[in-house]
Design a protein around this ligand. Structure first.
Ligand code: ZN
Length: 449
């Protein structure tokens, strides 16, 4: 058995990781944008036929490197490589193999495939870790087919009831007969026996490697984000009521125009976001009745507000409410009314200091060996994730953290999404080092005796 003192000599091979990643992308490849075999995006919707194929492939790969595999009631796939202590809960590396309908080859996929590659490197070097180490593929993280993101890590964390998740129906049914998650799990043979719960299927920790999906690392010439948490966000549906009337006969002063009012509200929310260094986004905007020569009587729009800190998010929303009231009363001619409906409330998440420390130490070591680091440039930074991930749910129950890699032009959820082979391997090496460090930490603390 190899000694863990040599762990820093263990390395993920860029070629091996790259070929495993692209092999997995043969299932569900779509939206070709270039001539090379890897120049396609992905359309691997959760629990569809291509998802079943990649699951079969994943389980076969995991077994071929000596892992024990099992499936839970949400179709989450687990592959675990035993350690010296075989009964201890495993350190898990996890992410998702499902994609958006016009997705790329890296979002989620990089994290799962890197987990497999870490296990393969451990196996081929005969490394015996102190406790078990494994990889998990979480079902329907994207929420693209079944409209609840990270639903299956949510069930595992007991934040979402199993039945609620099973009953979720697909958004777009080709035959007009939308299937539920449970029906599709049964159809593709991936409704497992193991309970989907952190209590009956506990982990020691959860590490997730993921592309950044934003431009910061690339813009700053950096290589690794040590993710310390996830920003808070709230989603609202805002309904603005005015009065429908004739576009030709109603003078401007006499109007209650909810479209004009709502536009001012969207602009006001953007100003608040600038003021507090947060984010505000309107993605859906509908007018009713919506004709050319009539003012609408009602507008509904969505408002997604985000900030790193819960208390600042609360201040941003208070400020938006005050501004919206003022605009409705004083800046909308005869006045409009705005009603708020809360759709989603996701508080800020702080990852675990021990996991963050393991990622940071690993990033420091791996990055220091890059040519770009000569002259002492630090190539990794602490970051807060702008998007939600399965790690948000796992962090409710077990020590968790994440690792980000650069994303070309910050583009994700798009077929041209790209992370270079070098950067993928770099991220996977940081993952490997973080897991081995955490494994050693458990042993030193006597958690495995
Ligand atoms: Zn993802």
């Amino acid at each position: 058995m190899g000694s863990l003192d040599n762990s820093s000599s263990l390395r993920i091979s860029q070629e091996s990781l790259g070929s495993l990643l692209h092999e997995s992308c043969q299932f569900g490849a779509a939206h070709r944008y270039g001539k090379a075999s890897t120049e396609t995006g992905m359309a691997r919707l959760s629990l569809d036929d291509s998802d079943k194929q990649v699951r079969d492939w994943f389980m076969e790969q995991a077994r071929s490197i000596g892992c024990q595999t099992y499936v839970d009631e949400m179709g989450n796939l687990f592959a675990v490589r035993p350690g010296k202590n075989k009964d201890a809960a495993p350190i898990m590396m996890g992410s998702h193999l499902d994609t958006q309908p016009t997705g790329g080859r890296y979002d989620g996929i990089l994290g799962v495939i890197s987990g497999l590659e870490v296990l393969r490197v451990l196996a081929s070097n005969n490394v015996e870790t102190e406790g078990p180490v494994g990889v998990v593929n979480w079902t329907n993280e994207e929420g693209a087919r079944f409209p609840k993101m990270a639903v299956s890590s949510g069930v595992w964390a007991e934040a979402i009831p199993l039945q609620t998740a099973w009953d979720l129906r697909e958004v777009l049914a080709r035959d007009g007969n939308p299937k539920s998650i449970k029906e599709e799990l049964d159809r593709i043979g991936y409704c497992g026996k193991r309970g989907a719960s952190y209590q009956t299927n506990p982990f020691a920790a959860h590490f997730e490697l993921h592309i950044e999906q934003g431009p910061i690392l690339e813009d700053e010439g950096l290589k690794i984000g040590v993710v310390e948490g996830v920003q808070a966000f709230k989603w609202f549906n805002i309904t603005v009521k005015g009065r429908d009337s004739h576009a030709g006969t109603t003078p401007l002063y006499a109007r209650k125009d909810p479209v004009l009012c709502a536009c001012k509200l969207v602009v006001a929310a953007n100003k608040v976001a600038h003021e507090f260094n947060g984010l505000a986004t309107t993605g859906i905007f509908t007018t009713d009745p919506g004709t050319v020569n009539t003012m609408a009587h009602t507008v509904t729009f969505t408002l997604d507000v985000r900030h790193v800190k819960d208390e600042v998010l609360a201040q941003m929303i208070e400020k938006c409410e005050a501004e919206f009231n003022r605009i409705c009363k004083e800046d909308s001619e005869k006045g409009c009314e705005a009603e708020w409906e809360l759709l989603v409330d996701s508080p800020a998440i702080q990852f675990h200091p021990d996991c963050i420390a393991a990622v940071e130490a690993s990033a420091a070591e791996v990055c220091s060996q890059l040519p770009e680091a000569s002259g002492g440039k630090k190539l990794y930074i602490p970051m807060i994730s702008g998007a939600g991930h399965d790690s948000c749910y796992t962090s409710l129950r077990v020590p968790t953290s994440m690792i980000f890699t650069p994303t070309r032009s910050g583009i994700s959820h798009n077929p041209v999404e790209y992370c270079s082979p070098e950067d993928c391997a770099l991220g996977a090496n940081v993952l490997l080092g973080a897991v081995l460090r955490y494994d050693q930490l458990r042993a030193r603390r006597g958690e495995l005796n």
